[in-house]
Structure formats: C-alpha cells, structure tokens
Design a protein around this ligand. Sequence first.
Ligand code: PEP
Ligand code: MG
Length: 576
Amino acid sequence: MTFALHGLPVSQGIAIGHVHLVSHALLEVNHYHVAPRYLDDELERLNDAVATVQGELIGLKAAATSAQTHSEVGAFVDLQLMMLADPLLIDAARHLIETRRCNAEWALVQQMEQLVEQFRQIEDPYLRERQADVVQVVERLVKVLLGHPGHLPPKRRDGLGTIIVAHDLSPADTIGFRDHNISGFVTDVGGPTSHTAIVARSLKIPAVVGLHHVRDLLEDDELIIVNGTRGVIIVAPDETIVEEYRLRRSELEIERSKLNRLRDTSARTLDGASISLLANIEGPKDLPAVKNANADGVGLYRTEFLFMGRDVLPDEDEQYEAYRSVVKALPNKPVTIRTFDVGSDKALNGAYARFEPNPALGLRAVRYSLAEPQMFLTQLRALLRASAHGKLQIMIPMLSHAQEIDQCLALINKAKAELRAEKIKFDEGVQVGGMIEIPAAALSLGMFIRRLSFLSIGTNDLIQYTLAIDRSDEAVVHLYDPLHPAVLKLIGATISTGARYSVPVSVCGEMAGDPAYTLLLLGMGLRSFSMHPGNILEIKQQVLRADLGELAPRVQRILKADEPARIREAVERLAG
Ligand code: PEP
Ligand code: MG
C-alpha cells in the first residue's frame, strides 16, 4: 500500500530507490539465544573479536606515537586495552553467553550498560567520564563481531539507487556516502542546519530528516521516493507515481541547466556593485564543484572533515597537502581555511572523543584547539606552509573572548617562528580572521576588529546560540528562525560595523546560500557570500536582479522592526 510521510526538507531534489535500513547506533544489536550446541562457537567468536580489537589498539598506539600527533592517545589506548582485559567486562560477557545463552553482541552490550551505570554513580568527574571508554571498547568489539561491512550496500543492478534510512547519521557517515551509490537519505532526527544536512546538500543527495519513527515504518529493500525539496517521502509507490516523479526529476535537471548559463556572468547588482560569491568546501574532493560554479574563491574550508571518522589524525604533511592542493587549484583566488571546528555534532573518534553533558556549549571549535595546543600547532604549521602557494587566509571558529584571539595569534606567531628557524617558506602577511557565531561576539565587535583582518558570520551557530535551540534537534527546529529580530540585529550590526572600520565581513552560514535571504543581506550591506558551490548560480541570479540603492533603506526599516510577521512580509516583498 502506498503512503506518504512528512518531515523536514534539508537537501533538494528527488531520489527514487530502495531502502537500506541502517542501525541507529552500532550498539543497537540483535538479541537472540544461542542453541546449546553452538555456545562454544559463540565464546570463540567473542575471544576472536577481543584479539582483533587488541591488535587494532596496539596498531593505533604505534601509529599515533610515530605521527606524534596527540600526546594523550597512548594513554587512552592503554586504558582501552586494560578494559579489554578487565574481567568485569569480558569475563562477565562470557558468563552471560554460557549461562543465559545470549549472543556475544547482546552479552557485551548488557554488561556495558551495567558498567556505565556504575561509572555514572562515581563522583570523581575524571573517573565518571571513563564510561565513554567502556562504550568505545564495546563499540569496537561489536564492529568486529558484525564483520562491520561499513554498512553500505553494493551498487544495484536495476539502475535505481539506494536510500539510506537511519535513526540518525553523523556527518562522518554522510561523507562516506560520497564513494557509494547513495541517492538519498531519510532520518528520524536532525534539523536543516545540522552538519549532516549540510554535508548532504554539498553532496547533492536529496534528504528528508525529522521523520520520527521512519525506521520502524519501512522495510529493507522497499521502493521509496524521497522529495528533498518538499520534505516528503512516498513509500511503495506504484508505477504511475514513479513515472510522475521521474518526470519531475528531469524538469528539475532542466531548470538547473538553465542556471548554468550564468556561470561566466559577473555577479554585479543592477547598480553596478560587485558581489563576491565564494564556496564552502570540506576538502580537495569539492574542487570540481567549485570550478563548475566558477566560484570567486573559497570562503569556508571546513577542515574538521579531514579529522573526522578516523582513529589516527592527519599529520602535518597530510594536512599541508590537503590545504596546498586547494590553494594551488585556485590561483589568484582567496581561500579561507577554518581551523578545525571539532566537537558537538562533529565529534572525533576513539581516544579523541569527549563525553560532555552539553556538547554544543562544551569544548568545541577554538576551545578544543586551545585545549590541544600541539594538535593546533600542527595544523597552523601546515596552513602556513600552504600559504606559500597562493592567497590563503586563516579563520578561527567560535570565538567569544579576547584572550582566545590573543592565544590563537600567539600560537600562529610561534608556528611562524618555528618555520622561519627551519627555513621553510610561508606568506609572512597571511591574514587571520574570525567567525562571529556567538551573540557575545556580535555584541563586542571592537575587540575582534582590533585584532583580526576579516570577519565571517556563521549564521548557523549564531542562530543556534541566540535562540538557544540545538540546530540538530528536530524537536525545536520550528524555533530555528533566521528572521528573528534578534538575529537580524546581530547580523546587521556585524555587517555595518565591519564596513565602518573597513574590515571585510562575509556570511558563510546556510543563510548565504538561501535565495530567500539574498536581497535582505545585500540590503544590510553584505558584499561577500560563502555557500556550498551548488547554490552559487541561484544566488547569482538574485544578485543580478538587485538594486542596492533601492534595497538599503527598505532593509534599514526591517532592521528596526520587531514584529516577526511584519518582518517576514517585508522580506518577501523585497523580491516583488
Ligand atoms: C556556521 O555556524 O554558520 C558555520 C558556517 O559553521 P558550521 O556550520 O560549520 O558550524
Ligand atoms: Mg559554526
């Protein structure tokens, strides 16, 4: 029977394909009883998994020591090795297999839950946090037990794609889709500016999130249609519906190809102002998209994607190569590279992961960098070395305190001094800028302007922190409002203060790539927009029809308003 489900549209387009159900978390394992005659085999499975994970951890420690990337890795690995040998975990799981005939995964997860509960009762915060290590060790074991297939299916032969259906997906999972034939994804949770959604848009994979219990309503291999533009999925469509959606999909492709005619047109407003349209990227793999869109450069290179989803972090040379290749591929164009913005929904793996009660307010972005100065210095050295090859700029995320800026600048100077002493070339005049993503920053611009060469407004986080709503939680997504008067005032003030002091300001959050806000931002005085490359031509179309002389006074009036309905109407009228 055909039926439709409604969620949040986060990545445009139509996908038709077969469902591939992905388990919510690795630890959501099957529960079954093992027949008595197979109990020895089950114990053997567990022993083999323990031996494999021991081998992995020893290898990880050796790699981390030789790469000298992280001083604490060795200690964390030792701790996890100790847990593997701990009778409270492994022997107890063995006991559950022998006495209750549980399968090995189930036995491990049960025992893990018990231990986590015991850790939770501990007062000492350091010991309490060790519950994360127990979970990670068990995750490693379960991965091995399941023969962890990277849980992506092979390419289908019938020409239809695979639609991933999951409770949630991490940005690292999503980026893994790039190498598979994944045509769409749908999830129970998530919001439009979660990093997972941002990655889906950059991969141009249609996606719908916030569908609540979608995973329970679908079956593996079932045919579904994902309408990422409207936020709807159609389950078990008949041939007529599939045909209709095929037609819509080709119409969308025609519209896109019409936009392609703007590729070589300069982004100038009707009254002649030149607007810079830059690309947001996650790594060198995005370069073809940057070139296709003929972007004016890169306004945000999210380097944390080089660090995520791996057990050993990239060393200086690997990072240097990833930065240099982008700078070299875009001669004479600015490339703004953001230092790693890890933490919150962009957690690192294993020993680098942290267990925090409130990760969005915890040790993320620049806070993490300053807490791991060696890791930060490695990145700064790699960035400076790459700066010798083009117009590279360094950008620091999530700043809120003057001392954070001063500490970053001091570390950049230290990295420069090291390179000078080693006679390694870099751009002595490399510009350093900061992101305005926290209301406190937008309300104290003086201290940023005095210390930094440019600013970039991260509207995704600025909205999250101004309105106190988690950007990846679909339960509060209806409150995520870029047109909230408080948000508009913070953005407007940042743009006008930058202009007054001749400090360039750009916007690199999702608002910059949404045509609904282009005229508003232009009217506020914004001249530099950074977005995922797939949106550049659509935004250019808006720029070409804008008259700044006419927009500016109307937008000034909008900035003074504080009645949401009026603001919304006035913004819609800007296009009319
Ligand atoms: C932002 O917060 O708007 C931003 C561009 O950074 P990210 O989305 O990576 O947090
Ligand atoms: Mg941000």
